[in-house]
Design a protein around this ligand. Structure first.
Ligand code: PRP
Ligand code: ZN
Length: 304
């Protein structure tokens, strides 16, 4: 495998990703889009980088922060929820921070939510006083309760949190919600948000002081390009000159639009590169503000 010397320097970069689960496929796809390719090993836990000296380690997501802390891996793709929970656990144990979020990756969005049985007439967080809350995220939940100045009991479970209320182990739960199907299937409803999460690139707190620094820079640069295009959409529309400023106010994430007069009139054709999702809602807002002929076009390649 890799040559690792005693002082922890390495000549190849090692990235940990989830072996199987929600983030596993999109994480691999994102790294492939950055030009990484691997030779699959027989045990399929370690993939040797062929296009660049960047190897993959396929692991359980919960192990990723610890692997970075122990310098077994250099970087990881993991949910912000896992990363922040383990950072909180380290603080509680008096350990120093050994990893941090380097960059949000724009996929795997989910929320850590408090959820109660559907029959509960929820009045607000004050109702939580003295209640038992089952969760696999005790540090994040404890932080949130402290910030709300609520004294509740945390029941730490490693899995199957959603059945705890039915088993009488807890009054409510604090768990990840993505589609909401798991909550619905267990007759629970989300009531308070503890953390907004998505997949992130995690790395050490300190910078690398060997060839890994260049490899990490290269990866970050490529990620920047890939994510920019992924989110980038060209928005085409027409409007009369006097309402253009108010339309631009509705496009805070867009580059300054290119404007062309239609037949020399006060009617303009505009094209604006938007850097986040152009949803139906946004199109309707623009139409209401006077834009016409709205069209959203995906961007294939960009060279500034
Ligand atoms: C989360 C959570 C729920 C499920 C919710 O698990 O614990 O079981 O996802 O998703 P839904 O709202 O779409 O139904 P996760 O995928 O993080 O797996 P893990 O906890 O086993 O790592
Ligand atoms: Zn997990």
């Amino acid at each position: 495998m890799n040559r690792t010397s005693n002082n922890g320097t390495r000549e190849r970069l090692r990235i940990a990703i989830q072996k199987s689960g929600r983030l596993s496929e999109p994480a691999r796809a994102l790294l492939s889009a950055c030009g990484l390719a691997w030779r699959e090993s027989r045990d399929r836990l370690f993939c040797y980088g062929e296009s660049l000296p960047v190897d993959l380690l396929l692991v359980r997501d919960d192990d990723i922060p610890g692997l970075i802390a122990d310098a077994v891996c250099d970087l990881g793709i993991v949910g912000r929820n896992v990363l922040q929970e383990q950072a909180g656990e380290r603080i509680a144990a008096g350990k120093e921070q050994a990893f941090r979020e380097w960059r949000a990756l724009g996929f795997g969005a989910c929320r850590l939510m408090l959820a109660v049985p559907e029959t509960w007439q929820w009045q607000g967080a004050a109702e939580l006083a003295g209640k038992r809350i089952a969760t696999s995220y005790p540090a994040l939940l404890a932080d949130w309760l402290r910030a709300q100045d609520i004294a509740a009991e945390i029941v730490q479970l490693s899995g199957s949190v959603e059945i705890a209320p039915r088993l009488g182990q807890a009054d409510l739960i604090c768990d990840l919600v993505s589609s909401g199907a798991t909550l619905a299937a267990n007759q629970l409803k989300p009531v308070e948000m503890v953390l907004q999460s998505e997949a992130v690139l995690a790395g050490p707190v300190a910078v690398f002081d060997d060839v890994r620094a260049e490899l990490a820079d290269l990866l970050l640069r490529r990620l920047e390009g890939v994510l920019k295009i992924r989110e980038g959409k060209l928005l085409l529309f027409q409007a009369s000159r006097e309402i253009v400023p108010s339309l631009i106010d509705l496009l805070p994430d867009a580059d300054p639009p290119i404007m062309t007069s239609i037949d020399g009139s006060d009617r303009l054709a505009l094209q604006a590169l938007c850097h986040s999702a152009v949803t139906w809602q946004r199109l309707e807002d623009l139409k209401r503000a006077g834009a016409a002929g709205l069209m959203v076009v995906p961007v294939e390649r960009m060279l500034a």
